[in-house]
Design a protein around this ligand. Sequence first.
Ligand code: ADP
Ligand code: MG
Length: 599
Amino acid sequence: MTRATVTWIAGPVLHATKQGPFSLRESVRVGPQALLGEVVRIQDQTIVVQVYEDTTGLRPGIEVRGDGQPLAIRLGPGLLGRIFDGLLRPLSGSASNFVQSGMHAAAVERRHFEPAVKPGDALAQGVVFGHAGEADGATGRTQHCLVPPGVGGIVESVVAAGEHADDATLCVLRSGEGADAARHELAMSHVWPVRSPRPVRRRLPPLAPLVTGQRILDSLFPVAQGGKAAIPGGFGTGKTVLLEALAKGCNADVIVYLGCGERGNEMAGVLDEFPTLTDPRSGRPLMERTVIIANTSNMPVAAREASIYCAITVAEYFRDQGLHVALMADSTSRWAEALREVSGRFGELPGEGGYPAYLSSRLANFYERAALVETLAGSTGSVTVMGAISPPSGDFSEPVTSHTKRYVKAFWALDVKRAQARFYPAVHPLQSYAEDARDFAPWWVEQGNGHWMTLRRRFLTLLDEQAQLERMARIIGKDALPARQQLTLLCADLVNEAFLRQSAFSENDRVCSPARQATMMKLLGRFVDLAEAALGGGAAPEAIATLPCLRALQRMGEDIGDDALPRFAELEARLERDFAQIAAPSIAKPQDATDAAHG
Ligand code: ADP
Ligand code: MG
Protein backbone atom coordinates (compact mmCIF):
# COMPACT_ATOMS: atom_id res chain seq x y z
CA MET A 1 0.00 0.00 0.00
CA THR A 2 1.38 3.40 -0.93
CA ARG A 3 1.54 6.09 1.71
CA ALA A 4 1.88 9.86 1.97
CA THR A 5 2.19 12.35 4.83
CA VAL A 6 -0.15 15.31 5.17
CA THR A 7 1.57 18.71 5.01
CA TRP A 8 -1.27 21.17 4.48
CA ILE A 9 -5.07 21.17 5.04
CA ALA A 10 -7.78 23.64 4.06
CA GLY A 11 -11.37 22.50 4.44
CA PRO A 12 -11.94 19.45 2.27
CA VAL A 13 -8.57 19.74 0.48
CA LEU A 14 -5.18 18.54 1.70
CA HIS A 15 -1.65 18.25 0.38
CA ALA A 16 0.59 15.33 1.25
CA THR A 17 4.14 14.31 0.45
CA LYS A 18 4.12 10.89 -1.16
CA GLN A 19 6.36 7.95 -0.34
CA GLY A 20 5.33 5.85 -3.31
CA PRO A 21 3.42 6.02 -6.57
CA PHE A 22 -0.14 7.37 -6.47
CA SER A 23 -2.30 7.68 -9.53
CA LEU A 24 -4.73 10.39 -10.46
CA ARG A 25 -8.28 9.76 -9.17
CA GLU A 26 -7.00 7.04 -6.85
CA SER A 27 -9.14 6.60 -3.79
CA VAL A 28 -7.33 7.14 -0.48
CA ARG A 29 -7.92 6.83 3.28
CA VAL A 30 -6.80 9.66 5.52
CA GLY A 31 -5.66 9.41 9.13
CA PRO A 32 -6.60 6.93 11.83
CA GLN A 33 -10.32 7.30 11.04
CA ALA A 34 -9.62 6.31 7.44
CA LEU A 35 -11.63 9.24 6.00
CA LEU A 36 -12.39 8.62 2.35
CA GLY A 37 -10.73 10.88 -0.24
CA GLU A 38 -9.58 11.01 -3.83
CA VAL A 39 -6.31 12.14 -5.45
CA VAL A 40 -7.15 15.07 -7.70
CA ARG A 41 -3.70 16.36 -8.61
CA ILE A 42 -0.11 15.13 -8.50
CA GLN A 43 2.85 17.47 -8.67
CA ASP A 44 6.41 16.28 -8.08
CA GLN A 45 6.33 14.68 -4.63
CA THR A 46 3.02 16.26 -3.60
CA ILE A 47 -0.47 14.86 -4.04
CA VAL A 48 -3.58 17.01 -3.68
CA VAL A 49 -6.48 15.10 -2.14
CA GLN A 50 -10.13 16.04 -1.80
CA VAL A 51 -11.62 14.49 1.29
CA TYR A 52 -15.25 13.44 1.26
CA GLU A 53 -15.73 13.80 4.97
CA ASP A 54 -15.39 16.41 7.68
CA THR A 55 -11.69 17.15 8.08
CA THR A 56 -12.02 18.91 11.44
CA GLY A 57 -9.32 17.63 13.78
CA LEU A 58 -6.91 16.47 11.07
CA ARG A 59 -3.38 17.85 11.34
CA PRO A 60 -0.16 17.76 9.33
CA GLY A 61 1.88 14.63 9.86
CA ILE A 62 -0.95 12.13 9.64
CA GLU A 63 -0.88 9.40 7.07
CA VAL A 64 -2.68 9.05 3.73
CA ARG A 65 -2.95 5.50 2.36
CA GLY A 66 -3.71 4.70 -1.28
CA ASP A 67 -6.34 2.13 -2.18
CA GLY A 68 -4.66 1.32 -5.50
CA GLN A 69 -7.96 1.81 -7.34
CA PRO A 70 -10.27 4.67 -8.29
CA LEU A 71 -13.23 5.72 -6.14
CA ALA A 72 -15.62 2.78 -6.34
CA ILE A 73 -18.87 1.58 -4.83
CA ARG A 74 -20.30 -1.86 -4.15
CA LEU A 75 -23.31 -2.67 -6.33
CA GLY A 76 -25.63 -5.47 -5.31
CA PRO A 77 -29.09 -6.56 -4.31
CA GLY A 78 -28.94 -4.60 -1.05
CA LEU A 79 -29.47 -1.25 -2.79
CA LEU A 80 -33.22 -1.20 -3.37
CA GLY A 81 -35.41 0.22 -0.66
CA ARG A 82 -32.52 1.96 1.07
CA ILE A 83 -31.36 5.45 1.83
CA PHE A 84 -27.66 6.23 1.36
CA ASP A 85 -25.32 9.16 1.71
CA GLY A 86 -23.48 10.67 -1.27
CA LEU A 87 -20.85 7.92 -1.24
CA LEU A 88 -23.41 5.16 -1.05
CA ARG A 89 -23.01 4.41 2.62
CA PRO A 90 -26.31 3.44 4.21
CA LEU A 91 -28.22 6.03 6.20
CA SER A 92 -31.18 3.77 6.83
CA GLY A 93 -31.18 0.45 8.52
CA SER A 94 -28.86 1.67 11.27
CA ALA A 95 -29.85 3.08 14.62
CA SER A 96 -28.44 6.50 13.85
CA ASN A 97 -29.36 8.54 10.84
CA PHE A 98 -25.79 9.72 10.46
CA VAL A 99 -22.93 7.79 9.03
CA GLN A 100 -19.90 7.34 11.19
CA SER A 101 -17.02 8.98 9.38
CA GLY A 102 -14.66 6.49 7.86
CA MET A 103 -17.33 3.82 7.66
CA HIS A 104 -16.87 2.50 4.19
CA ALA A 105 -19.34 -0.13 3.34
CA ALA A 106 -22.71 -1.44 4.28
CA ALA A 107 -22.71 -4.13 6.90
CA VAL A 108 -22.61 -7.46 5.13
CA GLU A 109 -26.06 -8.89 4.68
CA ARG A 110 -27.23 -12.38 4.07
CA ARG A 111 -29.84 -13.17 1.46
CA HIS A 112 -31.16 -16.05 -0.57
CA PHE A 113 -29.21 -16.93 -3.72
CA GLU A 114 -30.52 -19.16 -6.47
CA PRO A 115 -27.87 -20.19 -9.03
CA ALA A 116 -28.79 -20.02 -12.72
CA VAL A 117 -25.66 -21.76 -14.06
CA LYS A 118 -23.85 -25.06 -13.59
CA PRO A 119 -20.21 -26.11 -13.77
CA GLY A 120 -18.98 -26.20 -17.35
CA ASP A 121 -21.24 -23.36 -18.56
CA ALA A 122 -19.49 -20.60 -20.50
CA LEU A 123 -20.41 -17.15 -19.17
CA ALA A 124 -19.77 -13.87 -20.94
CA GLN A 125 -19.53 -10.51 -19.20
CA GLY A 126 -22.79 -8.99 -18.02
CA VAL A 127 -24.89 -12.18 -18.05
CA VAL A 128 -27.02 -13.40 -15.17
CA PHE A 129 -25.45 -16.18 -13.10
CA GLY A 130 -28.08 -16.31 -10.38
CA HIS A 131 -30.86 -14.53 -8.57
CA ALA A 132 -30.90 -12.88 -5.19
CA GLY A 133 -33.95 -12.40 -3.02
CA GLU A 134 -34.66 -11.27 0.50
CA ALA A 135 -33.65 -13.82 3.11
CA ASP A 136 -37.29 -14.56 4.00
CA GLY A 137 -38.26 -14.72 0.35
CA ALA A 138 -41.45 -12.80 1.09
CA THR A 139 -40.62 -9.18 0.53
CA GLY A 140 -38.80 -7.27 -2.15
CA ARG A 141 -38.18 -8.21 -5.74
CA THR A 142 -35.74 -10.85 -6.85
CA GLN A 143 -32.73 -9.35 -8.50
CA HIS A 144 -30.33 -10.60 -11.11
CA CYS A 145 -26.74 -11.26 -10.10
CA LEU A 146 -24.53 -10.26 -13.01
CA VAL A 147 -21.10 -11.34 -14.13
CA PRO A 148 -19.28 -7.98 -13.84
CA PRO A 149 -18.26 -6.20 -17.05
CA GLY A 150 -14.82 -7.28 -18.23
CA VAL A 151 -15.08 -10.74 -16.65
CA GLY A 152 -16.04 -14.05 -18.27
CA GLY A 153 -15.09 -17.73 -18.49
CA ILE A 154 -16.13 -21.30 -17.79
CA VAL A 155 -17.95 -22.04 -14.54
CA GLU A 156 -15.63 -24.10 -12.35
CA SER A 157 -17.86 -24.22 -9.30
CA VAL A 158 -21.09 -22.70 -8.06
CA VAL A 159 -22.77 -22.89 -4.66
CA ALA A 160 -26.13 -24.56 -4.08
CA ALA A 161 -29.24 -22.46 -3.52
CA GLY A 162 -29.38 -21.04 -0.03
CA GLU A 163 -28.56 -18.14 2.20
CA HIS A 164 -25.25 -16.44 1.59
CA ALA A 165 -23.45 -13.25 2.54
CA ASP A 166 -23.64 -10.41 0.04
CA ASP A 167 -19.94 -10.46 -0.74
CA ALA A 168 -19.24 -14.21 -0.40
CA THR A 169 -17.84 -16.06 -3.42
CA LEU A 170 -20.72 -17.96 -4.99
CA CYS A 171 -19.36 -18.89 -8.37
CA VAL A 172 -15.84 -19.34 -9.71
CA LEU A 173 -14.98 -18.80 -13.37
CA ARG A 174 -11.83 -19.86 -15.21
CA SER A 175 -10.66 -18.17 -18.35
CA GLY A 176 -7.63 -18.32 -20.64
CA GLU A 177 -4.94 -20.94 -21.09
CA GLY A 178 -1.39 -21.26 -19.78
CA ALA A 179 0.08 -17.88 -18.97
CA ASP A 180 -3.27 -16.13 -19.61
CA ALA A 181 -5.20 -18.41 -17.27
CA ALA A 182 -7.25 -16.49 -14.73
CA ARG A 183 -9.69 -17.29 -11.98
CA HIS A 184 -12.64 -14.98 -11.22
CA GLU A 185 -14.68 -15.11 -8.04
CA LEU A 186 -18.23 -13.86 -8.36
CA ALA A 187 -20.43 -12.64 -5.51
CA MET A 188 -23.96 -11.25 -5.38
CA SER A 189 -22.40 -7.80 -5.35
CA HIS A 190 -19.41 -6.33 -7.13
CA VAL A 191 -17.37 -3.16 -6.97
CA TRP A 192 -17.39 -0.57 -9.76
CA PRO A 193 -15.52 2.76 -10.14
CA VAL A 194 -18.12 5.54 -10.12
CA ARG A 195 -16.54 7.79 -12.71
CA SER A 196 -16.44 5.08 -15.40
CA PRO A 197 -19.62 4.49 -17.38
CA ARG A 198 -20.59 0.80 -17.24
CA PRO A 199 -20.12 -0.76 -20.69
CA VAL A 200 -23.05 -1.80 -22.90
CA ARG A 201 -23.32 -3.71 -26.16
CA ARG A 202 -24.73 -0.68 -27.95
CA ARG A 203 -26.79 2.44 -27.45
CA LEU A 204 -30.22 2.42 -29.06
CA PRO A 205 -32.16 5.32 -30.57
CA PRO A 206 -35.19 6.50 -28.54
CA LEU A 207 -38.22 4.26 -28.95
CA ALA A 208 -40.83 5.32 -26.45
CA PRO A 209 -41.26 8.22 -24.06
CA LEU A 210 -40.87 7.82 -20.34
CA VAL A 211 -44.45 8.05 -19.12
CA THR A 212 -44.36 10.62 -16.34
CA GLY A 213 -48.08 10.86 -15.62
CA GLN A 214 -47.82 14.65 -15.95
CA ARG A 215 -49.93 15.88 -18.86
CA ILE A 216 -47.84 18.87 -19.78
CA LEU A 217 -44.74 16.67 -19.95
CA ASP A 218 -46.09 13.54 -21.64
CA SER A 219 -48.37 15.29 -24.11
CA LEU A 220 -46.41 18.44 -24.88
CA PHE A 221 -42.76 17.93 -23.90
CA PRO A 222 -42.06 14.20 -23.68
CA VAL A 223 -38.68 12.86 -22.66
CA ALA A 224 -37.49 9.59 -24.15
CA GLN A 225 -37.02 6.48 -22.07
CA GLY A 226 -33.24 6.73 -21.80
CA GLY A 227 -33.35 10.47 -22.49
CA LYS A 228 -32.34 13.48 -20.49
CA ALA A 229 -34.41 16.35 -19.17
CA ALA A 230 -33.60 19.49 -17.23
CA ILE A 231 -35.98 21.24 -14.86
CA PRO A 232 -34.71 24.77 -14.34
CA GLY A 233 -36.69 27.00 -12.01
CA GLY A 234 -36.21 29.72 -9.43
CA PHE A 235 -36.76 29.19 -5.73
CA GLY A 236 -40.23 27.86 -4.90
CA THR A 237 -41.33 27.20 -8.48
CA GLY A 238 -41.99 23.54 -7.75
CA LYS A 239 -38.86 21.62 -8.80
CA THR A 240 -38.83 19.36 -5.79
CA VAL A 241 -42.56 18.70 -5.88
CA LEU A 242 -42.34 17.90 -9.60
CA LEU A 243 -39.38 15.53 -9.20
CA GLU A 244 -41.17 13.77 -6.38
CA ALA A 245 -44.32 13.50 -8.48
CA LEU A 246 -42.20 11.96 -11.26
CA ALA A 247 -40.55 9.54 -8.84
CA LYS A 248 -43.97 8.40 -7.64
CA GLY A 249 -45.81 8.34 -10.94
CA CYS A 250 -43.44 7.56 -13.81
CA ASN A 251 -43.34 4.15 -15.45
CA ALA A 252 -39.71 3.31 -14.65
CA ASP A 253 -38.92 -0.02 -12.98
CA VAL A 254 -36.42 1.52 -10.61
CA ILE A 255 -36.14 5.06 -9.25
CA VAL A 256 -32.84 6.53 -8.10
CA TYR A 257 -33.57 9.76 -6.24
CA LEU A 258 -30.58 11.96 -5.56
CA GLY A 259 -31.03 14.81 -3.10
CA CYS A 260 -27.94 16.81 -3.79
CA GLY A 261 -27.05 19.80 -1.62
CA GLU A 262 -30.63 20.86 -0.94
CA ARG A 263 -31.58 21.87 2.57
CA GLY A 264 -32.11 19.02 5.00
CA ASN A 265 -35.78 19.84 5.56
CA GLU A 266 -36.55 19.54 1.83
CA MET A 267 -34.93 16.13 1.79
CA ALA A 268 -36.84 15.23 4.94
CA GLY A 269 -40.05 15.44 2.90
CA VAL A 270 -38.77 12.70 0.62
CA LEU A 271 -37.26 10.64 3.40
CA ASP A 272 -40.43 10.72 5.50
CA GLU A 273 -42.92 10.36 2.70
CA PHE A 274 -41.47 7.75 0.36
CA PRO A 275 -41.39 4.87 2.82
CA THR A 276 -45.15 5.34 3.38
CA LEU A 277 -46.16 5.33 -0.30
CA THR A 278 -47.54 2.55 -2.44
CA ASP A 279 -46.56 2.05 -6.07
CA PRO A 280 -49.80 2.60 -8.02
CA ARG A 281 -48.73 0.08 -10.67
CA SER A 282 -47.78 -2.87 -8.50
CA GLY A 283 -49.60 -2.10 -5.26
CA ARG A 284 -46.33 -2.78 -3.41
CA PRO A 285 -44.42 -0.27 -1.31
CA LEU A 286 -42.83 2.36 -3.53
CA MET A 287 -39.53 2.04 -1.66
CA GLU A 288 -39.09 -1.48 -3.00
CA ARG A 289 -38.22 -0.01 -6.37
CA THR A 290 -36.44 3.06 -5.04
CA VAL A 291 -32.91 3.97 -4.02
CA ILE A 292 -32.53 7.32 -2.27
CA ILE A 293 -29.17 9.05 -2.12
CA ALA A 294 -29.21 11.99 0.26
CA ASN A 295 -26.44 14.49 0.37
CA THR A 296 -27.91 17.54 2.02
CA SER A 297 -26.32 20.97 2.29
CA ASN A 298 -24.96 20.25 5.79
CA MET A 299 -23.00 17.21 4.61
CA PRO A 300 -19.38 17.57 3.40
CA VAL A 301 -19.19 19.51 0.17
CA ALA A 302 -16.70 17.31 -1.71
CA ALA A 303 -18.95 14.27 -1.29
CA ARG A 304 -21.65 16.17 -3.13
CA GLU A 305 -19.47 16.29 -6.20
CA ALA A 306 -19.09 12.50 -6.11
CA SER A 307 -22.72 11.78 -5.24
CA ILE A 308 -23.93 12.45 -8.77
CA TYR A 309 -21.57 9.79 -10.15
CA CYS A 310 -22.55 7.31 -7.45
CA ALA A 311 -26.20 7.85 -8.32
CA ILE A 312 -25.75 7.31 -12.03
CA THR A 313 -23.56 4.25 -11.45
CA VAL A 314 -26.34 2.73 -9.33
CA ALA A 315 -28.80 3.56 -12.11
CA GLU A 316 -26.58 1.87 -14.71
CA TYR A 317 -26.27 -1.21 -12.51
CA PHE A 318 -30.05 -1.72 -12.59
CA ARG A 319 -30.14 -0.87 -16.30
CA ASP A 320 -27.67 -3.71 -16.86
CA GLN A 321 -30.25 -6.07 -15.38
CA GLY A 322 -32.57 -5.13 -18.25
CA LEU A 323 -34.59 -2.60 -16.28
CA HIS A 324 -35.79 0.91 -17.05
CA VAL A 325 -34.40 3.32 -14.50
CA ALA A 326 -35.28 6.95 -13.82
CA LEU A 327 -32.73 9.11 -12.04
CA MET A 328 -33.92 12.34 -10.42
CA ALA A 329 -31.25 14.80 -9.28
CA ASP A 330 -32.24 17.72 -7.05
CA SER A 331 -30.36 19.86 -7.75
CA THR A 332 -27.50 19.95 -10.24
CA SER A 333 -26.90 23.61 -9.32
CA ARG A 334 -25.91 22.64 -5.80
CA TRP A 335 -23.64 20.01 -7.32
CA ALA A 336 -22.04 22.65 -9.55
CA GLU A 337 -21.59 24.89 -6.52
CA ALA A 338 -19.72 22.09 -4.77
CA LEU A 339 -17.53 21.78 -7.86
CA ARG A 340 -16.88 25.52 -7.69
CA GLU A 341 -16.12 25.51 -3.99
CA VAL A 342 -13.67 22.63 -4.18
CA SER A 343 -12.06 24.02 -7.33
CA GLY A 344 -11.52 27.31 -5.50
CA ARG A 345 -9.69 25.44 -2.75
CA PHE A 346 -7.42 23.87 -5.34
CA GLY A 347 -6.54 27.38 -6.47
CA GLU A 348 -7.84 26.75 -9.99
CA LEU A 349 -8.56 29.70 -12.23
CA PRO A 350 -12.28 30.44 -12.07
CA GLY A 351 -14.22 30.70 -15.33
CA GLU A 352 -17.69 31.93 -16.12
CA GLY A 353 -19.74 32.62 -12.98
CA GLY A 354 -16.79 31.49 -10.84
CA TYR A 355 -17.28 27.87 -11.97
CA PRO A 356 -14.22 25.93 -13.10
CA ALA A 357 -13.60 25.70 -16.84
CA TYR A 358 -14.49 21.99 -16.77
CA LEU A 359 -18.06 22.59 -15.56
CA SER A 360 -19.41 21.93 -19.02
CA SER A 361 -17.48 18.69 -19.59
CA ARG A 362 -18.46 17.40 -16.15
CA LEU A 363 -22.11 18.07 -16.90
CA ALA A 364 -21.66 16.25 -20.20
CA ASN A 365 -20.01 13.27 -18.45
CA PHE A 366 -23.04 13.00 -16.24
CA TYR A 367 -25.84 13.50 -18.77
CA GLU A 368 -24.16 11.38 -21.45
CA ARG A 369 -24.57 8.34 -19.25
CA ALA A 370 -28.34 8.46 -19.79
CA ALA A 371 -29.32 6.08 -22.61
CA LEU A 372 -31.52 3.33 -23.92
CA VAL A 373 -29.16 0.41 -24.43
CA GLU A 374 -28.73 -3.17 -25.38
CA THR A 375 -26.99 -4.58 -22.30
CA LEU A 376 -23.95 -6.83 -22.38
CA ALA A 377 -26.33 -9.73 -21.79
CA GLY A 378 -28.49 -8.69 -24.76
CA SER A 379 -31.55 -7.30 -22.95
CA THR A 380 -32.90 -3.77 -23.20
CA GLY A 381 -32.53 -1.32 -20.35
CA SER A 382 -32.43 2.41 -19.91
CA VAL A 383 -31.40 5.24 -17.65
CA THR A 384 -33.45 8.42 -17.97
CA VAL A 385 -31.95 11.43 -16.20
CA MET A 386 -34.01 14.34 -14.93
CA GLY A 387 -32.01 17.08 -13.26
CA ALA A 388 -33.38 20.12 -11.46
CA ILE A 389 -31.46 23.36 -11.86
CA SER A 390 -31.86 26.24 -9.42
CA PRO A 391 -30.45 29.25 -11.28
CA PRO A 392 -29.75 32.20 -8.98
CA SER A 393 -32.65 34.68 -9.25
CA GLY A 394 -34.27 32.48 -11.89
CA ASP A 395 -31.92 33.65 -14.64
CA PHE A 396 -31.70 30.92 -17.28
CA SER A 397 -28.68 32.48 -18.99
CA GLU A 398 -26.38 31.53 -16.10
CA PRO A 399 -23.66 28.92 -16.76
CA VAL A 400 -25.22 25.78 -15.26
CA THR A 401 -28.51 26.23 -17.14
CA SER A 402 -26.90 27.24 -20.42
CA HIS A 403 -24.38 24.38 -20.41
CA THR A 404 -27.01 21.84 -19.38
CA LYS A 405 -29.15 22.98 -22.31
CA ARG A 406 -26.49 21.67 -24.66
CA TYR A 407 -26.81 18.14 -23.32
CA VAL A 408 -30.51 17.62 -22.62
CA LYS A 409 -33.25 16.89 -25.14
CA ALA A 410 -36.17 17.96 -22.97
CA PHE A 411 -36.19 21.32 -21.20
CA TRP A 412 -38.98 21.82 -18.68
CA ALA A 413 -38.71 25.47 -17.69
CA LEU A 414 -40.55 26.37 -14.50
CA ASP A 415 -42.00 29.85 -14.52
CA VAL A 416 -42.09 32.15 -11.50
CA LYS A 417 -45.29 33.90 -12.64
CA ARG A 418 -47.15 30.61 -13.02
CA ALA A 419 -45.92 29.43 -9.64
CA GLN A 420 -46.96 32.70 -8.03
CA ALA A 421 -50.43 32.27 -9.51
CA ARG A 422 -50.35 28.76 -7.99
CA PHE A 423 -50.63 27.26 -11.44
CA TYR A 424 -48.94 23.88 -11.08
CA PRO A 425 -46.93 22.28 -12.48
CA ALA A 426 -45.49 25.68 -13.36
CA VAL A 427 -43.86 24.38 -16.58
CA HIS A 428 -43.91 27.25 -19.06
CA PRO A 429 -45.35 25.98 -22.34
CA LEU A 430 -43.49 28.50 -24.47
CA GLN A 431 -40.07 28.34 -22.82
CA SER A 432 -39.99 24.56 -22.64
CA TYR A 433 -39.14 22.19 -25.46
CA ALA A 434 -38.68 18.54 -26.35
CA GLU A 435 -36.41 17.76 -29.25
CA ASP A 436 -37.47 14.11 -29.55
CA ALA A 437 -41.22 14.82 -29.59
CA ARG A 438 -41.69 13.90 -33.24
CA ASP A 439 -40.32 10.39 -32.64
CA PHE A 440 -43.17 9.55 -30.31
CA ALA A 441 -46.10 10.05 -32.68
CA PRO A 442 -46.29 6.28 -33.45
CA TRP A 443 -46.23 5.55 -29.72
CA TRP A 444 -49.16 7.91 -29.16
CA VAL A 445 -51.08 6.18 -31.96
CA GLU A 446 -50.76 2.98 -29.92
CA GLN A 447 -52.14 4.84 -26.91
CA GLY A 448 -55.23 5.81 -28.89
CA ASN A 449 -54.23 9.29 -29.97
CA GLY A 450 -53.73 9.16 -33.73
CA HIS A 451 -53.77 12.95 -33.99
CA TRP A 452 -51.30 13.61 -31.22
CA MET A 453 -48.87 15.59 -33.36
CA THR A 454 -51.66 17.77 -34.76
CA LEU A 455 -53.28 18.33 -31.38
CA ARG A 456 -49.95 19.08 -29.77
CA ARG A 457 -49.11 21.66 -32.42
CA ARG A 458 -52.58 23.12 -32.11
CA PHE A 459 -52.28 23.50 -28.32
CA LEU A 460 -48.85 25.07 -28.60
CA THR A 461 -50.04 27.47 -31.31
CA LEU A 462 -53.02 28.50 -29.19
CA LEU A 463 -50.75 29.16 -26.22
CA ASP A 464 -48.35 31.13 -28.36
CA GLU A 465 -51.15 33.24 -29.82
CA GLN A 466 -52.52 33.76 -26.35
CA ALA A 467 -49.23 35.28 -25.20
CA GLN A 468 -49.29 37.76 -28.08
CA LEU A 469 -52.98 38.59 -27.78
CA GLU A 470 -52.72 39.18 -24.06
CA ARG A 471 -50.10 41.81 -24.71
CA MET A 472 -52.47 43.52 -27.11
CA ALA A 473 -55.46 43.06 -24.82
CA ARG A 474 -53.61 44.88 -22.06
CA ILE A 475 -53.45 47.93 -24.30
CA ILE A 476 -56.82 47.98 -26.04
CA GLY A 477 -58.88 45.88 -23.63
CA LYS A 478 -60.01 42.32 -24.15
CA ASP A 479 -63.49 43.26 -25.35
CA ALA A 480 -62.09 45.35 -28.17
CA LEU A 481 -60.42 42.31 -29.71
CA PRO A 482 -62.11 40.77 -32.76
CA ALA A 483 -64.39 37.80 -32.02
CA ARG A 484 -61.90 35.29 -33.49
CA GLN A 485 -59.18 36.45 -31.20
CA GLN A 486 -61.46 36.43 -28.20
CA LEU A 487 -62.17 32.81 -29.03
CA THR A 488 -58.45 32.07 -29.25
CA LEU A 489 -58.04 33.45 -25.74
CA LEU A 490 -60.96 31.40 -24.52
CA CYS A 491 -59.57 28.18 -26.01
CA ALA A 492 -56.04 28.83 -24.75
CA ASP A 493 -57.41 29.44 -21.28
CA LEU A 494 -59.25 26.17 -21.46
CA VAL A 495 -56.11 24.26 -22.53
CA ASN A 496 -54.29 25.78 -19.56
CA GLU A 497 -56.99 25.12 -17.01
CA ALA A 498 -58.29 21.80 -18.21
CA PHE A 499 -55.12 20.18 -19.44
CA LEU A 500 -51.90 21.79 -18.25
CA ARG A 501 -52.93 22.44 -14.68
CA GLN A 502 -52.54 19.28 -12.63
CA SER A 503 -52.27 19.20 -8.88
CA ALA A 504 -49.64 16.95 -7.36
CA PHE A 505 -51.90 16.66 -4.33
CA SER A 506 -55.16 15.61 -6.02
CA GLU A 507 -56.18 12.01 -5.46
CA ASN A 508 -57.64 11.64 -8.97
CA ASP A 509 -55.25 13.79 -10.89
CA ARG A 510 -51.72 13.53 -9.52
CA VAL A 511 -50.96 10.85 -12.10
CA CYS A 512 -52.63 10.88 -15.51
CA SER A 513 -52.44 7.75 -17.67
CA PRO A 514 -51.62 8.10 -21.37
CA ALA A 515 -55.13 6.84 -22.19
CA ARG A 516 -56.71 9.60 -20.13
CA GLN A 517 -54.34 12.21 -21.56
CA ALA A 518 -55.28 11.10 -25.06
CA THR A 519 -59.00 11.28 -24.28
CA MET A 520 -58.72 14.71 -22.69
CA MET A 521 -56.61 16.04 -25.53
CA LYS A 522 -59.09 14.83 -28.14
CA LEU A 523 -62.01 16.24 -26.19
CA LEU A 524 -60.37 19.65 -26.00
CA GLY A 525 -59.51 19.45 -29.70
CA ARG A 526 -63.19 18.73 -30.37
CA PHE A 527 -64.20 21.75 -28.29
CA VAL A 528 -61.89 24.01 -30.29
CA ASP A 529 -63.32 22.61 -33.58
CA LEU A 530 -66.91 23.09 -32.47
CA ALA A 531 -66.20 26.55 -31.09
CA GLU A 532 -64.58 27.66 -34.33
CA ALA A 533 -67.47 26.22 -36.33
CA ALA A 534 -69.98 27.95 -34.05
CA LEU A 535 -68.17 31.24 -34.44
CA GLY A 536 -68.09 30.75 -38.19
CA GLY A 537 -71.80 30.03 -38.00
CA GLY A 538 -72.40 33.31 -36.23
CA ALA A 539 -72.33 32.47 -32.52
CA ALA A 540 -70.91 35.20 -30.28
CA PRO A 541 -67.79 34.41 -28.21
CA GLU A 542 -69.76 35.23 -25.05
CA ALA A 543 -72.28 32.53 -25.93
CA ILE A 544 -69.44 30.00 -26.17
CA ALA A 545 -67.84 31.31 -22.97
CA THR A 546 -71.03 30.69 -21.02
CA LEU A 547 -71.70 27.14 -22.23
CA PRO A 548 -72.32 24.88 -19.23
CA CYS A 549 -69.94 22.21 -20.57
CA LEU A 550 -67.03 24.63 -20.30
CA ARG A 551 -67.01 24.43 -16.54
CA ALA A 552 -67.18 20.65 -16.67
CA LEU A 553 -64.26 20.57 -19.07
CA GLN A 554 -62.16 22.78 -16.82
CA ARG A 555 -62.71 20.39 -13.95
CA MET A 556 -62.46 17.10 -15.84
CA GLY A 557 -58.92 16.32 -14.64
CA GLU A 558 -60.02 16.45 -11.02
CA ASP A 559 -63.45 14.92 -11.61
CA ILE A 560 -62.76 11.99 -13.89
CA GLY A 561 -59.94 9.72 -12.76
CA ASP A 562 -58.03 7.08 -14.66
CA ASP A 563 -60.55 4.47 -13.52
CA ALA A 564 -63.59 6.28 -14.94
CA LEU A 565 -62.67 6.82 -18.59
CA PRO A 566 -66.20 6.04 -19.93
CA ARG A 567 -67.40 9.23 -18.24
CA PHE A 568 -65.51 11.21 -20.85
CA ALA A 569 -68.00 9.93 -23.43
CA GLU A 570 -70.82 11.49 -21.40
CA LEU A 571 -68.90 14.74 -21.30
CA GLU A 572 -68.41 14.64 -25.03
CA ALA A 573 -72.13 14.06 -25.60
CA ARG A 574 -72.82 17.09 -23.42
CA LEU A 575 -70.37 19.14 -25.43
CA GLU A 576 -72.10 18.24 -28.69
CA ARG A 577 -75.52 19.07 -27.19
CA ASP A 578 -74.39 22.44 -25.88
CA PHE A 579 -72.95 23.45 -29.22
CA ALA A 580 -75.99 22.20 -31.10
CA GLN A 581 -78.03 24.68 -29.09
CA ILE A 582 -75.97 27.75 -29.88
CA ALA A 583 -75.33 26.72 -33.45
CA ALA A 584 -79.03 26.39 -34.32
CA PRO A 585 -80.04 30.08 -33.98
CA SER A 586 -76.97 31.18 -35.89
CA ILE A 587 -78.07 29.16 -38.89
CA ALA A 588 -81.47 30.82 -38.63
CA LYS A 589 -79.91 34.25 -38.47
CA PRO A 590 -77.07 34.55 -40.97
CA GLN A 591 -77.26 38.32 -40.47
CA ASP A 592 -75.68 37.96 -37.00
CA ALA A 593 -72.80 36.06 -38.44
CA THR A 594 -71.63 39.02 -40.44
CA ASP A 595 -72.16 41.31 -37.47
CA ALA A 596 -70.23 39.09 -35.15
CA ALA A 597 -67.42 38.66 -37.64
CA HIS A 598 -67.13 42.40 -38.14
CA GLY A 599 -67.94 43.38 -34.59
P1 ADP B 1 -38.53 24.40 -5.38
O1 ADP B 1 -38.01 23.02 -5.16
O2 ADP B 1 -38.52 24.79 -6.83
O3 ADP B 1 -37.87 25.43 -4.55
P2 ADP B 1 -40.94 23.27 -4.28
O4 ADP B 1 -40.99 22.07 -5.14
O5 ADP B 1 -40.48 23.07 -2.89
O6 ADP B 1 -40.08 24.40 -4.97
O7 ADP B 1 -42.40 23.92 -4.32
C1 ADP B 1 -42.79 24.99 -3.48
C2 ADP B 1 -44.28 24.89 -3.14
O8 ADP B 1 -45.08 25.04 -4.31
C3 ADP B 1 -44.68 23.55 -2.57
O9 ADP B 1 -44.52 23.50 -1.19
C4 ADP B 1 -46.14 23.44 -2.97
O10 ADP B 1 -46.97 24.08 -2.03
C5 ADP B 1 -46.24 24.20 -4.25
N1 ADP B 1 -46.26 23.29 -5.41
C6 ADP B 1 -45.22 23.07 -6.24
N2 ADP B 1 -45.54 22.22 -7.23
C7 ADP B 1 -46.83 21.87 -7.02
C8 ADP B 1 -47.75 21.01 -7.71
N3 ADP B 1 -47.38 20.31 -8.80
N4 ADP B 1 -48.99 20.90 -7.22
C9 ADP B 1 -49.37 21.60 -6.13
N5 ADP B 1 -48.56 22.41 -5.45
C10 ADP B 1 -47.30 22.56 -5.86
MG1 MG C 1 -36.50 22.27 -4.04
